[in-house]
Design a protein around this ligand. Structure first.
Ligand code: GLA
Length: 386
């Protein structure tokens, strides 16, 4: 595949000297959803699919971007000193944002680049194609300009870029997983302190199966930002009595005692999800470490119910996939990522995978009217040069 990409690059940019290749993965979150902007815990892992970037430095200050996934857009061009969000730049706003964010943070990026991207993450699946392109851009900037920057700083700048340049008020989970991922491990990350721990995912006889609803995630950004605002309002209300900064600071007991302070019922439900999901994440990682996979699965299921009923980010497509998974032998199954479409993640015994995919796939197609796609995940390393 790399050779094909290189040939394509040469065809597009008519040059190949000094060409280097980088990769950043997508991610799947096993549990801990909508907790990262609430100062809670998350438990994601990096995947073997992601975004490739082939790049060479230019002599002038011109940036030229091309994506093999969006060939119809052709080459998008901009000047390095003149980067601003523009709808007509579409996907290229992601790498542009990262370059601008690095420059604003004082990193010396003083020459142009010719970059070709290619991603094999299913499009719009909620497996972090945007964080993947941000991290691959960060990696190539570090290498091409010899920047003195570590991965954590690149993760933070990538998130800042998505928040400020692209206007998506995401937490840090996706960028962290795509940057810091480790083969065969998930990352237990405390998003408040950024302390993290790699937890080996050695699941004998069990695989992680990702199912894509193939539903377009329209309005996902505005609904996402709305949930974030609802949680912040709940914190404001709790602060009348409690000295907290985030919902992740609360145990279930303290939350139940003071929940009455949140007068708005919707905000109270959102907060309840954030508090319980955070505690559930800690508990589920303890269960996994104690090799209690059954309990881990039950907590995954409880996570989905909370995202469905209290956080209200699932919808008929995700709910159909998850309940079909529950009925067809999954040890645990839940939506993963922001929701409003996107993917589910399930733990399935290896000898049942084929039947699982067939049955869940059929039930989904019958009810929803189009097909779901299935992938058996393999957990891989974070962003790197290849
Ligand atoms: C998106 C965001 C993350 C996180 C998840 C929900 O993937 O980018 O920061 O909030 O949704 O857990």
């Amino acid at each position: 595949m790399l050779e094909n990409l290189m040939n394509y690059y040469i065809e597009t940019f008519q040059i190949n000297e000094g060409l280097r290749t980088f990769f950043a993965p997508g991610r799947v979150n096993l549990i801990g959803e909508h907790t990262d902007y609430n100062g809670g815990h998350v438990f994601p892992c990096a995947l073997s699919f992601g975004t490739y970037a082939l790049v060479r430095k230019r002599e002038d200050e011109r940036l030229r971007f091309f994506s093999k996934n969006f060939e119809a857009f052709g080459v998008v061009e901009a000047d390095i000193a003149n980067l601003a969000f523009d709808n007509k730049h579409d996907w290229a706003n992601y790498p542009m944002g990262v370059i601008k964010t690095f420059r604003d943070a004082g990193y010396k990026i003083d020459k142009g680049l010719d970059v070709m991207f290619y991603g094999n993450i299913p499009n719009g699946a909620g497996l972090s194609s945007s964080a993947s392109i941000e991290l691959v851009t960060s990696m190539l900037l570090k290498a091409m300009f010899n920047l003195d920057i570590d991965m954590l700083e690149m993760v933070k700048l990538s998130q800042k870029s998505e928040n400020d340049f692209n206007g998506v008020k995401c937490g840090i989970m996706d960028q962290f997983a795509c940057g810091m991922g480790k083969k065969d491990h998930a990352i237990l990350l405390d998003t408040n302190t950024l302390k993290y721990e790699y937890v080996p995912i050695k699941l004998e006889n069990i695989s992680i199966v990702i199912a894509n609803t193939n539903k377009r995630r329209d309005l996902a950004t505005s609904k996402y930002n709305e949930r974030r605002f609802e949680c912040e309002s709940a914190v404001d209300a709790l602060q009348k009595q409690l000295n907290i900064s985030f919902l992740g600071d609360l145990s279930e007991e303290i939350f139940e005692k003071y929940a009455y302070l949140i007068e708005n019922e919707i905000q109270r439900k959102r907060a309840r999800h954030a508090v319980y999901e955070n505690q559930r994440t800690i508990r589920s990682v303890n269960a996994l470490m104690a090799r209690d996979i059954k309990l881990f699965g039950e907590l995954m299921n409880a996570s989905h119910v909370s995202l469905r009923d209290d956080y209200e980010v699932t919808g008929i497509e995700l709910d159909t996939l998850v309940s079909a998974a529950w009925d067809n032998g999954a040890i645990g199954s839940r939506m993963t990522g922001a929701g409003f479409g996107g993917c589910t993640v399930s733990l399935v015994y290896n000898d049942r995978i084929e039947a699982f995919i067939e049955k869940v796939g059929n039930e989904y197609e019958q009810k929803i009217g189009y097909k779901a796609d299935f992938y058996v995940a393999s957990i891989d390393d974070g962003a790197r040069e290849i």
